[in-house]
Design a protein around this ligand. Sequence first.
Ligand code: NAD
Length: 360
Amino acid sequence: MQLNVLTLPGDGIGTEVTREAVKVLEEVVSKFGHGLKLSEGLLGGIAIHKTGGPFPDETARLALDADATLMGAVGLPEFDNVPPEKRPEKGLLGIRKVLGVYANLRPVKAYPALIESSPLKNHIVEGVDMIIVRELNGGIYYGQPRGIQGSGDEERGTNTMTYTRAEIARITRMAFHLARNRKKKVTSVDKSNVLETSQLWRKVVNEVAPEFPDVELEHLLVDNCAMQLILRPKQFDVVVMENMFGDILSDEGAVLAGSIGMLPSASIGEKKASGAWVGLYEPVHGSAPDIAGQNKANPLGAIGSVAAMLEYSFGLVNEAAAVNRAVEEVLNSGNVTADLKPKNTPATCSQVGDAVANAI
Ligand code: NAD
């Protein structure tokens, strides 16, 4: 297979972890006999410096040409006090919009070697392996009307939570497809005891479910889900929800795994003519100015994002598994970065990247 991939290293540790992720991508692609066309673009603070804006037209063009995009992180402290539309982070919204990615996938996996760094008791977190699927294009973050009107005691802030049947059906099918290749269980999260959008959500999920008779479906209210994620996280396989619930619960899910440096994410759109699914892959963490330029960052979230890209955009399940196995091998070796609190001298970002590439 020919893989056509754009990298957007961005700012701070984004460039460091992306370099290691590309190292691993090149290794796995050559090992399995595929072809790789790599291009690189500007996004975030570096794009502001070089072109005057966080999301140059050239980057949009490169992203539309590529089958999948691997992003590092954006954000530089020097822009902390400028208006939101001029900040590097504006580039993130730009690229998500241009690519039309509507499903955000966050795998949450408890690696045995990291069990001690989870805030939960070992027996609760052992064996956790789930994907949180968040609808990314709709809901209260985009609904109209919105704004702040009036003054004094009558000053009023308004946001609108709204979903169409098509938006709900599309994300539901994505969740069921994912579950088919996993433990075959979908948990749909809503607040249908209070919200009309959630009542429609539950109705549409129930209508779509019979298309996937091999997958079990359960519904959970969002408040209960917040509890269950820390009480019995092992019960979950694929957990699907609307945008704001997903924003909140995916961060709760994130802490189960230990360090933020471990976490990959994937945002998926429609299928391209090439047969690949449009996808934007990035570690969950930001540009970490406090450790940038020191070769200290944990690259495993970025490397996990490569595994997600292989699986979700290109359907290369064995290649993705090879990357995940190599990551697990490196974790077991104890040769890890400082954030994972190794017993011996911490490894550098590039040493961890080399070790994963070698393990493949
Ligand atoms: P952050 O994720 O960059 O850092 C939070 C803490 O976690 C820091 O102490 C950092 O050193 C540590 N950390 C993060 N990633 C790590 C890694 N891979 N290895 C080891 N330690 C790691 O969040 P922040 O400090 O709130 O934000 C810094 C900048 O990043 C801001 O400009 C913010 O807007 C931006 N940001 C960007 C993204 C993105 O690009 N998707 C996401 C979040 C924050």
